[in-house]
Design a protein around this ligand. Structure first.
Ligand code: ARG
Length: 575
């Protein structure tokens, strides 16, 4: 059991007896530990017993009655609050024991994975630029998936590609005119985009093109073999090269789906909506769902010409997902705030359907996020994921070679330069995206994100590598049974307290689906580790003290590594 849980129980049990309140209630109100050297746990007494007329006096009374125990040394009434001090030695020991037992699993839940959570993320549109919104969705979605995994859910990561619609008819026409087999095979993402830009330009001048595109897409919808095989090829080549790029971010999708896959379910959606009397047919023959009474406007479900829309396909994809994955606990859509109204409509329509079809999924969540301002790479302002990662890597290479990094160039071996720069580049991009609350917009800055100091991925990686360096240089093995009672400095206690917060942080970061909770914590952990490292020397200390300190730093490093992996960063042992 987590140290914080043990201590919370060591407070709740006796407090429940002397205050006549249930343990459950106390546990619900009791704070998680603060990293202060005194009063790590606290509880507001008025929330515990609202009926006590004089909370201040009651606090004093409870403090007088509370008997110290193995974990709690002291109880102090502070106004309306009761504050508890933990026993440093026991606390450090329990914390380090837990990390040594769980190692790479420290912070994760051990419960049986029963509930399934679907995460719809990244979801770029084939032949269109992978814009900043897709970058954020990719990075945040990967985190949301990993943190749900860590909290004991069965997760399914879905890449819901924009791979259907009239624009693929247009693309096919474009490929006949401007396509080049070699370029397609070499770099499908860029080449298809080039074709797309050219044919769009031409379509503006020549209305004939538009008609051809419509006709082509109609063929696709009718299942024309030739039309479909061309489209399928574009799709598969694009997916292959996406996979390659996602790998650079340690991202792996369970399913590559997309709007095209919903085709077999569209008819079923129409008949269902009709049967449940949710449809209004407008004068031109288009089908809409009126959501005015929920202040959500109107949603068009079928165009006047009979074709489906983004909304129709998202509804169909819910039917598809239910068929593919069975009942799921929740589905999370990692999409920018721009699509907020759209997703509210989708969720409301789902709720209306579920009033008739009890098995229709309704636990749908929008993990929204703000915009990225000023993102461009050295190649220009149209941004592809690959170019973002390449540019980040180039920046890191330059910065390492110029010696701007915290003496990184001294530590680095020549043959590791390239992989280290690659790793640091993506760490920089990921952390920049996660330091602030996800709903906030942020300014994209190569200089800020690749700096070695401040709230950057490089700083976190540097801290991790430095901790590994301490282990390497200690010349003694890590002893999991080291005598931790030798850690009596306040820096050691503070570090153990910080380490002990990790499992709670993982939970709350999962609940809020916001990586900033975890990332802010990792910075705190890195800073406290740095402070401890500057006072608690391993080298030169007597053997027992050195072993105890080494174990403490090992636990800090392990916690940092576990946290980095949750945000999608592969921790570097050496730079
Ligand atoms: N392809 C869409 C876009 O680029 C994002 C898809 C999000 N997921 C969804 N189920 N609607 O805007």
């Amino acid at each position: 059991m987590a140290t914080t849980q043990l201590v919370r129980q060591a407070i709740a049990k006796p407090l429940s007896k002397i205050s006549n309140t249930s343990e459950q209630k106390i546990l619900g109100i009791l704070s998680t530990p603060k990293v202060a050297l005194k009063h790590q746990f606290g509880i507001p007494i008025p929330r515990l017993t609202a009926h006590e007329p004089n909370a201040v006096n009651y606090c004093k009374e409870l403090a007088g009655k509370f008997e110290p125990n193995q974990y709690i040394t002291k109880v102090t009434p502070v106004g309306n609050f009761l504050h508890f001090d933990v026993h440093p030695t026991t606390y450090i020991q329990t914390t380090l024991d837990q990390v040594s037992n769980e190692k790479g699993l420290y912070g994760t839940s051990t419960r049986e994975k029963e509930e399934t959570v679907l995460i719809d993320y990244s979801s770029p549109n084939i032949a269109k630029p992978f814009h900043a919104g897709h970058l954020r969705s990719t990075i945040l979605g990967n985190f949301i998936k990993r943190i749900h995994d860590a909290c004991g859910y069965k997760t399914i990561g879905i890449n819901y590609l924009g791979d259907w619609g009239k624009q693929y008819g247009l693309l096919a026409i474009g490929f006949k005119l401007f396509g080049d087999e070699n370029s397609l095979l070499k770099d499908p993402i860029h080449h298809l985009y080039e074709v797309y830009v050219k044919i769009n330009k031409l379509a503006k001048e020549d209305p004939e093109i538009d008609a051809q595109a419509n006709a082509y897409f109609k063929l696709m919808e009718q299942g024309d073999k030739e039309a479909l095989s061309q489209w399928k090829r574009f799709r598969e080549l694009s997916i292959d090269s996406y996979k390659h790029i996602y790998k650079r971010l340690n991202i792996n999708f369970d399913v590559y789906s997309g709007e095209s896959q919903t085709e077999p379910y569209i008819a079923q959606i129409y008949s269902m909506l009709e049967k449940y009397e949710l449809i209004k047919v407008s004068e031109d023959g288009a089908w809409t769902i009126d959501l005015e009474e929920y202040k959500l406007g109107k949603a068009i479900i079928k165009r006047a010409d009979g074709t489906s829309l983004y909304m129709t396909r998202d509804l169909a994809s819910l039917a598809l997902r239910r068929d593919m994955f069975g009942q799921f606990k929740k589905a999370i859509y990692v999409v920018g705030t721009e699509q907020e109204l759209y997703l509210k409509q989708l969720f409301k329509i789902s709720e209306l359907i579920s009033q008739h079809d009890k098995k229709w999924p309704t636990e749908l969540y929008h993990a929204n996020f703000g915009r990225v301002l000023g993102m461009s790479t050295r190649k220009g302002t149209v941004v592809f994921l690959q170019d973002i990662l390449d540019t980040a890597k180039e920046h890191m290479l330059e910065s390492i070679q110029a010696g701007n990094q915290l003496k990184l160039n001294d530590l680095l071996q020549e043959d590791r330069l390239d992989p280290v720069a690659e790793n640091l580049g993506s760490s920089a991009v990921i952390i920049q995206d996660m330091v602030a609350k996800r709903v906030k917009n942020y300014e994209f800055s190569w200089d800020r994100m690749t700096a070695a100091k401040g709230y950057t991925g490089v700083f976190l990686q540097y801290t991790h590598a430095r901790m590994c360096g301490i282990e390497r240089n200690a010349n003694i093995p890590i002893n999991m049974k080291a005598d931790t009672s030798l850690l009596h400095e306040k820096e050691a206690f503070e570090l153990a307290l910080t380490i002990s917060q990790f499992p709670d942080i993982v939970q709350s970061s999962c609940q809020s689906m916001d990586p900033c909770v975890l990332v802010q914590y990792l910075f705190r952990l890195a800073h406290v580790t740095g402070q401890a490292n500057s006072t608690l020397r391993v080298k030169g200390a007597d053997k027992d003290t050195a072993e105890a300190r080494l174990l403490l730093f090992w636990a800090a490093k392990t916690t940092l590594a576990n946290g980095l992996k949750l945000v999608g960063i592969d921790p570097l042992n050496r730079m």
